[in-house]
Structure formats: structure tokens, C-alpha cells
Design a protein around this ligand. Structure first.
Ligand SMILES: NC(=O)C1=CN([C@@H]2O[C@H](COP(=O)(O)OP(=O)(O)OC[C@H]3O[C@@H](n4cnc5c(N)ncnc54)[C@H](O)[C@@H]3O)[C@@H](O)[C@H]2O)C=CC1
Ligand SMILES: O=C(O)CCC(=O)C(=O)O
Length: 430
């Protein structure tokens, strides 16, 4: 594989045939390029990260030994504003994964038109093996290490898998101590008492629910009585499942890292959320039957919500999916091959880059509130979130209809044009 000029071999991680999330992202960009008109001459900008930092994160464990973890912060694109995107603590985090997640943030932020570029971070660690003290030391050391590239107007982290408001509070405090002033705007998703925003915890799930209801309305699917299956029952999946069940849908199957459960009559979602809170996962929930993990993909349902990790819907299970609609709460849950299989089966896929944009939208509200030190009510926040999600989704829906393309390609058309137009207007020379 060579560079576009044909002279320099591309590093393997920039090769579109590279397996994994970054390769998936590059294939998605290739699919949109024919729709970019003159802006296509800038498309290579999207195919490489602006900046990627790898950091060593050493901490002292409670038993006195020193452990080293690898951490990352990648800024994919900053043409439209500072980098923005979450931080993931997971044992499978790699540079290539964080690159893809940062690129999807660029697309998502442009799709809902918040004034940010795209960034993402992570540490390769299983945080469930750490004590609270070890987790705090890890977070603080990581924040100090990436402190050279983050900041309220440079790059603003937020929660992602296995990180939460407490982790954001430690990040804000560490950054603030290092710069000598309290800088609440350096991260979002903070506790409400520390400059966090009402509604941020639920925002991603609420966005998933909002676009799901819009798509159901446009396709004539009643939510009342709809059968819903959810993979991942954390921040995103748990909230989306609860909102669908409150709207009269039946959540019939849930899978997380502890197992898969099923109840044909519909799960008691508040009781399940309480069980997850107490035990750390869905396994062992009294109001359901356990089922084999792989059987989850063939469950009879109308709506499937992947809300865990990347590359879950693949060519191996896409053919078995019975849902009429897939709403991507997770980032990158569907591979391009699976996308094509779902399309051929007539399954409507609401892609991550619009469906899960509710979180970063309320992160944007949090950042604005922190700068102005004036805080909005939860009703105001939810109303603005729903308005932005509905407007962005309607725009993407129209582009899909006009160009006869999938909603994913339509979202990429809208977003890539915004990013590359900004790039073109800014010019290249320092
Ligand atoms: N937190 C946020 O605001 C946003 C999160 N997302 C995406 O949503 C997805 C979930 O994130 P959160 O809910 O925040 O994380 P979380 O840490 O709150 O929950 C993750 C869930 O995934 C499950 N899970 C992990 N490994 C699994 C496996 N191998 N099989 C089945 N389930 C598994 C966990 O058990 C847990 O229920 C991720 O892809 C994340 O990038 C997207 C936009 C915003
Ligand atoms: O709230 C944010 O800034 C980013 C959330 C995130 O990581 C995501 O949307 O994937």
C-alpha cells in the first residue's frame, strides 16, 4: 500500500485494509468520497489523525509494586474547533482503536454541528481489577501525561466506557493543580456540583431514544409494544432501555460482559438497573432467563440497540438479526460487510455518528455553561438536546433520500463536507 502520490509506503495502521476499527472507519470514508464534489481533494485530511500521543502511565499499586499502563490521546481533526471526545479505560484499548474513536468524534461533532473537532483517549487497563485508590492514581497520572495537549480551548475529554463523573472530577482537579487555576472547562461529564451539567449522564441514551422515535415515526413503526434488545447496559444502553420501556416498548433481551438474559414478556427495566448497580452486571437477574451469548443476535425483536463495543455486528451474525431497526448507541458496532447485509435485508441502521451524538451535545452545553458560569435547568437542557437531535436527524434523513444512500453515508456526507469546507477556508500555510 502506498501513499496517494504513490511514492511513500503507508504505515500499516493507515492502510484501509487494516483490520479493526480504524480500517472500518477508512472504508466508511471511501464510501462517502464520491459524494464530496470538489471537497474530495481534501479527503486525505480525514484519513490520518492530526496528532496522536502515547504515554506511559506508571502507578504504585496498593501492594507496593509499580505497574505501567499504556495510555493514548488522539486528536483526529481540529478544523472546526478544539478536539472533543471521551476517555476509555479497557483492557483491549489500542492506538488504532483510539484513532478510530477520535475520527468518529470528528464526524459526529460535525453531524450535529457542535463547534468541535474530534479526539479520544484511553488507557489499556481493566479498571475492575483496581482499587479506588489505584484508579485515582492512574487517572491523575494519565491526566498529567496528556496535559501537554488537552485544555479548555484545545481538547476536552469526557466519559466513555468504564469512566464516569468521578473520573472526570479527578481529571479536572489534576489539570487544575498543574495549571494553577480551577479549570472546570477542561473536561465534561463532571459531577453537577463541580460544574457538570444536569442531564449529561442520561444524554447519550436520550439521544438514542430521540432518533429512534423519529425513525419509527418516519417508517410507521409504533413504539408502544415494540420489542427491544439491548447489548451493553451501562450508561448508554441502560438509559436507552429505560426510556424505550417508559414509552411502552418491551425490552425482551439484554446482554453485557457478564452474560445474556431474556424475558419474552418484557423485562422489569428499573429492577434490572438496580440489579446491575448492585452486582455489576445483568447475570443472575431474577426476572429473566439466561440465554447463550451468541443467541442474542437472533432474538425476535423490532429494535436492536448495540451499546457496548465496536465490531459486534459482523458478517457472521448480521444475517440472523430479526430487528427492523438497529440504533447504534455504541461507537463502531457494525462492520461495513454487516452494514451491507443489513441493508440487503431491509434493516434500517441509525448510525453511531448521529444516533449517539446526544452525549457530546450535552457536553457542549456543559462547556458553554462552565465558560459563562451560568447553569441551565434540566428541562432546558433536554429540550435543547431533543431539538438539536431531531434537526440533525431530519437533515441526514433528507440527504439519504436525495442521494439514495444509507443513513451512515448520508451522515458522513453532511459531516465530511462541514469539516473539509472548514479545512479549505482555513488554508494550509502556517
Ligand atoms: N458515555 C457516553 O456518553 C457515550 C458512549 N458512547 C459509546 O457507547 C458505548 C457504551 O458506552 P457507555 O455506556 O458509556 O459505557 P459503560 O462503561 O457505562 O457500559 C458499557 C457496557 O458494555 C458492556 N460490555 C462490555 N464488554 C462487553 C462485551 N464483550 N459484550 C457485551 N457487553 C459488553 C458492559 O457490561 C456495560 O454494560 C461505547 O461504545 C461508547 O463509546 C457513545 C457516545 C457517548
Ligand atoms: O461527551 C463527549 O465529549 C464525548 C462522548 C464520547 O466519547 C462519544 O460521543 O463517543
Amino acid at each position: 500500500m502506498t501513499s496517494p502520490s504513490g511514492t511513500h509506503p503507508l504505515p500499516s495502521y493507515l492502510d484501509p485494509n487494516h483490520l479493526g476499527p480504524w480500517g472500518v472507519y477508512l472504508q466508511q470514508v471511501d464510501r462517502v468520497t464520491p459524494y464530496l464534489g470538489n471537497l474530495a481533494r481534501w479527503v486525505e485530511t480525514l484519513k490520518r489523525p492530526k496528532r496522536a500521543l502515547i504515554v506511559d502511565v506508571p502507578i504504585e499499586l496498593d501492594n507496593g509494586t509499580i505497574a505501567h499502563f499504556e495510555g493514548y490521546r488522539v486528536q483526529h481533526n481540529v478544523s472546526r474547533g478544539p478536539g472533543k471526545g471521551g476517555v476509555r479505560f479497557h483492557q483491549d484499548v489500542t492506538l488504532s482503536e483510539v484513532m478510530a474513536l477520535s475520527a468518529w468524534m470528528s464526524i459526529k461533532n460535525a453531524a450535529v454541528n457542535v463547534p468541535y473537532g474530534g479526539a479520544k483517549g484511553g488507557i489499556r487497563v481493566d479498571p475492575k481489577t483496581l482499587s479506588r485508590g489505584e484508579l485515582e492514581r492512574l487517572t491523575r497520572r494519565y491526566t498529567s501525561e496528556i496535559g501537554i495537549i488537552i485544555g479548555p480551548s484545545k481538547d476536552i475529554p469526557a466519559p466513555d466506557v468504564n469512566t464516569n463523573a468521578q473520573v472526570m472530577a479527578w481529571m479536572m482537579d489534576t489539570y487544575s493543580m498543574n495549571v494553577g487555576t480551577t479549570a472546570t472547562g477542561v473536561v465534561t461529564g463532571k459531577p453537577v456540583d463541580l460544574g457538570g451539567s444536569l442531564g449529561r449522564v442520561e444524554a447519550t441514551g436520550r439521544g438514542v431514544f430521540t432518533v429512534g422515535v423519529e425513525a419509527a415515526r418516519l417508517t410507521g413503526m409504533p413504539i408502544e409494544g415494540a420489542r427491544v434488545a439491548v447489548q451493553g447496559f451501562g450508561n448508554v444502553g441502560g438509559t436507552a432501555g429505560r426510556l424505550f420501556s417508559e414509552a411502552g416498548a418491551k425490552v425482551v433481551a439484554v446482554q453485557d460482559h457478564t452474560g445474556t438474559i431474556h424475558n419474552d414478556k418484557g423485562l422489569d427495566v428499573p429492577a434490572l438497573l438496580a440489579h446491575v448497580q448492585q452486582t455489576g452486571g445483568v447475570a443472575g437477574f431474577a426476572g429473566a432467563e439466561p440465554m447463550a451469548d451468541d443467541a442474542f443476535w437472533g432474538v425476535a425483536c423490532d429494535i436492536l440497540i448495540p451499546a457496548a463495543l465496536e465490531s459486534q455486528i459482523t458478517k457472521d451474525n448480521a444475517g440472523r438479526i430479526q430487528a427492523r431497526m438497529v440504533i447504534e448507541g455504541a461507537n463502531g458496532p457494525t462492520t461495513p460487510e454487516a452494514d451491507d447485509i443489513l441493508h440487503d435485508k431491509g434493516v434500517l441502521v441509525l448510525p453511531d455518528v448521529i444516533a449517539n451524538a446526544g452525549g457530546v451535545t450535552v457536553s457542549y452545553f456543559e462547556w458553554v455553561q462552565d465558560f459563562s458560569s451560568f447553569f441551565w435547568t434540566e428541562d432546558e437542557i433536554n429540550a435543547r438536546l431533543v431539538r438539536i437531535m431531531k434537526e440533525a436527524f431530519a437533515g441526514v434523513w433528507n440527504v439519504a433520500q436525495e442521494n439514495k444512500v444509507s443513513l451512515r453515508t448520508a451522515t458522513f456526507i453532511v459531516a465530511c463536507k462541514r469539516i473539509l469546507h472548514a479545512r479549505e477556508m482555513r488554508g494550509l500555510y502556517p
